[in-house]
Ligand binder design. Structure first.
Ligand code: SF4
Length: 510
């Protein structure tokens, strides 16, 4: 049995030929239910074989079994409808939502790799979901509503995780960690607890404000100051309105200067290229921003020893987001913008020397776009790429753009579509999308309205602090936003680093 899960399972159509089932949403409880059904079916002597087992799973309404659905197409290649081909299979499959994260403090004893890995740290998820509404962000859309883990459970997970893994670094992760209602107490409590030990704590810094610097300062009490990362995502104020990332240039410069003034020497800024409605000018503003960051940082610190890295990723429209209808930009346009941005950054040698520049070419993004919004017909492209030697294409040294283009040209014309049809084409409101029968809780009308708001550069607030704007998730999934502050405390409160005492991080349990 091959069962897909995780965020990509919200459109498993391109891999429908290769899997038995896909589970949408949170896995904690779903895994137990699925294994219980499998166990029962085995105990009965496996009646009806794999087909019967899949039917039992499909009847739960939260396991999607592609073979039980037929897809009909219109003469122009668009989907006409997706319908079950079995009587008792639901028309729509719903995502799972685990509401009480405190009841699921996992992983408890993580596997510790014997080889060195890129991120050698123990990850504690401090909350799930995000309602900030960045329009490109599939994770934020499909994991709604926000559900916080209590500060007490986070403290316990950090302590036990360190003990059972042997790691000496802990990352407090989520989609926007600084938004936890008790993040201040959490960071200062943990910092106090592990002060003087060899444990370092980190927070993925994405929010652009001074509060984030305060948190980073707390967490670096042990003296380790790694770089800070901020994600303005778009170069110009205009494009940031389009994507609903409400950060002003002034805020960004103020925040970065605060970081430099507090001893950080390295700041990373993350952006995307190829966003809907983007122009060359929007991208060139990234260079201005980076120049101003360095100038302001030098003025504030009186030192030339500061650096900023500009990192650019290619935008890929994702299912279940307002950009699911958006056309992608062509790779040659992306590559042109990346090139003129590099020239603009280096147009002032003195400033350009302090700015690092990292980017991905446009071609891999186009293929990601094919896989992101593809339907079942894309399975034939994947198979052809594999037959032609494609392996580990997520690694740039193995990726061959030409192999994908050739495979698409060989297989898709038989269906009356092509690579551009899947990627650079704008969809209209009434088009049936390949994932419409997979229910993330988001109302399709609301998503369309948010796409229209994006085009008119209208910003949407965060429903954590403003009234509900009816995205549809809470009523349709029978869930609600769960945030504190709860007033609960971190336990134990005794600092572990006093009197030379170390937390138990030495030695692998293996
Ligand atoms: S339904 Fe309302 S409260 Fe719930 S996530 Fe959507 S906008 Fe927020």
């Amino acid at each position: 049995m091959i069962v897909a899960g995780g965020h990509a399972a919200f459109n498993p159509e391109p891999i429908a030929d290769f899997i038995d089932a896909a589970v949408l949403g949170d896995g904690e409880e779903a895994v137990l239910e699925i294994t219980a059904i499998v166990r029962e079916w085995k105990a009965e002597g496996c009646p009806g074989g794999r087909d019967e087992l899949l039917l039992r799973l499909a009847r739960t309404e939260s396991v999607y079994v592609p073979r039980f659905y037929d897809v009909d197409y219109l003469p122009d290649g668009r989907i006409q409808r997706v319908v079950p081909n079995r009587a008792d299979v639901p028309f729509r499959v719903h995502k799972r939502t685990t509401m009480d994260l405190d009841a699921w403090p996992y992983p408890k004893k993580p596997l510790v790799p014997l080889a060195e890995t890129v991120h050698e740290r123990y990850a504690v998820e401090i909350f799930r979901g995000c309602t900030r509404g960045c329009r490109f962000c599939q994770a934020g859309m499909i994991t709604r509503p926000v559900r916080e883990r209590s500060i007490t459970t986070v403290g316990q997970m950090v302590r036990e995780g360190l003990e059972f893994s042997g790691f000496s670094e802990v990352g407090l992760l989520s989609l926007s960690s600084a938004d936890h209602s008790e993040i201040g107490d959490m960071c200062s409590g943990l910092a106090q607890q592990y002060e003087g030990t060899n444990v370092s704590l980190s927070l993925p810094s994405t929010r652009v404000d001074a509060f984030n610097i305060d948190l980073a300062q707390e967490l670096s009490r042990n003296g380790r100051r790694t770089g800070l990362t901020f994600a303005p995502e778009g170069g110009s104020e205009r494009i940031r309105k389009v994507i609903n990332k409400m950060v002003s240039k002034e805020d960004l410069i103020r925040t970065v200067v605060t970081a430099y003034s507090n001893g950080w020497r390295q700041v990373k800024l993350y952006f995307m290229c190829g966003l809907p409605t983007e122009t060359d000018e929007d991208v060139l503003e990234i260079a201005d921003m980076a120049h101003e960051v360095i100038k302001a940082g030098r003025a504030a610190t009186g030192s030339k020893d500061i650096r900023c890295t500009v990192s650019i990723g290619g935008f890929v429209p994702k299912p279940h987001t307002p950009f699911q209808w958006a056309p992608m930009e062509r790779p040659e346009v992306i590559d042109h913008r990346l090139k003129i941005l590099k020239q603009a950054i280096n147009s002032d040698r003195s400033l350009g020397r302090a700015i690092g520049y990292r980017y991905h070419d446009g071609e891999p993004s186009l293929i990601e776009g094919l896989l992101s919004r593809g339907d079942r017909r894309v399975g034939s492209v994947i198979r052809k790429v594999w037959e032609n030697g494609g392996r580990f294409d997520g690694w740039s040294e193995h990726f061959s753009y030409q192999r994908w283009v050739d495979a698409a040209a060989e297989t898709l014309p038989a269906f009356g579509v092509d690579l551009d049809w899947y990627t650079t084409r704008q969809r209209d409101e009434l088009e049936v999308l390949p994932w419409d029968h997979l229910d993330s809780g988001l109302d399709k009308d609301w998503l369309w309205q948010d796409w229209q708001d994006s085009l008119s550069e209208f910003e949407q607030d965060d429903c954590r602090w403003t009234p509900c704007f009816d995205c549809g998730v809470c009523p349709s999934m029978d869930t609600e936003i769960q945030i504190g502050p709860t007033g609960r405390k971190l336990l134990p409160l005794t600092p572990l680093g006093g009197n030379g005492m170390k937390v138990p991080t030495a030695g692998h349990p293996a």
